[in-house]
Design a binder for this molecule. Structure first.
Ligand SMILES: C[S@@+](CC[C@H](N)C(=O)[O-])C[C@H]1O[C@@H](n2cnc3c(N)ncnc32)[C@H](O)[C@@H]1O
Length: 211
């Protein structure tokens, strides 16, 4: 079991009980995402956690594959979906690369509060682009500390990870993230900060259609 899997398995129960810190922003993100949906669509969410967002979106699309490395997170997600009467979400334990989706097989991919936790962002963004159909959308929400005083967290993050008190955490700026997403073959449609400190960035990017 990887350190990340252990960390998130241990955090699952507490995570599932944590309150949404800014409900207005959360609802705006849900609404902007749902404006992309049509009932026939297939959606992939990686790093889905306990499935709360997938459950909100499920009535608006045909099917959601919700993947995560933590089986404890997924178990809570399955139970929440069952209680909500949602049966078009498949919760499976996978990283994006392990999932091995067919090329162009999804209309929308969601990566929410996850990109700053992954060491291999370039490879992840390339995989998102591969599995999306041309014209499909990548919706992400990411903590970008690169221009903030909090960027020095990168000095303590490796030790905090070894001690098991923090997950793996990567520091970069919003501009770096935007250009990485563009380099993976996307046009940025919308981007806005969803916290007063300007550290959390919501981005909707469209996979460029080849003509
Ligand atoms: C901060 S939580 C975000 C959960 C959810 N997306 C949300 O917005 O509430 C990060 C989630 O990513 C998962 N995760 C971490 N590394 C991952 C990886 N390499 N592949 C898939 N999931 C991962 C964790 O298990 C955890 O559930």
């Amino acid at each position: 079991m990887s350190d990340a899997e252990k960390f998130w398995d241990k955090s699952a129960e507490k995570y599932s009980k944590s309150k949404i810190s800014d409900l207005a922003s959360y609802e705006k993100k849900l609404a902007e995402t749902q404006s992309l949906f049509e009932p026939h669509m297939r959606v992939l969410e990686f790093g889905c956690g306990t499935g709360s967002t997938a459950i909100e979106h499920a009535p608006h699309v045909k099917h959601i594959d919700a993947i995560d490395i933590s089986e404890n997170m997924l178990e809570i997600g399955r139970e929440k979906a069952r209680v909500a009467g949602i049966n078009n979400i498949a919760f499976t334990r996978n990283t994006l690369s392990e999932f091995k989706a067919a090329e162009s097989s999804f209309d929308v991919v969601l990566g929410l509060s996850i990109l700053h936790l992954l060491p291999n962002r370039d490879a992840v963004l390339k995989e998102v682009s591969r599995v999306l159909r041309p014209g499909g959308y990548f919706v992400s929400s990411t903590v970008c500390l690169g221009s903030s005083p909090l960027r020095f967290i990168k000095l303590i993050a490796p030790m905090a990870k070894i001690l098991g008190i923090m997950p793996e955490f990567h520091v970069f700026t919003k501009n770096e993230l935007v250009s990485e997403i563009a380099d993976a073959g996307f046009k940025i449609e919308r981007q806005w900060h969803h916290d007063s400190g300007g550290l959390k960035v919501f981005i909707i990017a469209q996979k460029i259609e080849l003509t």
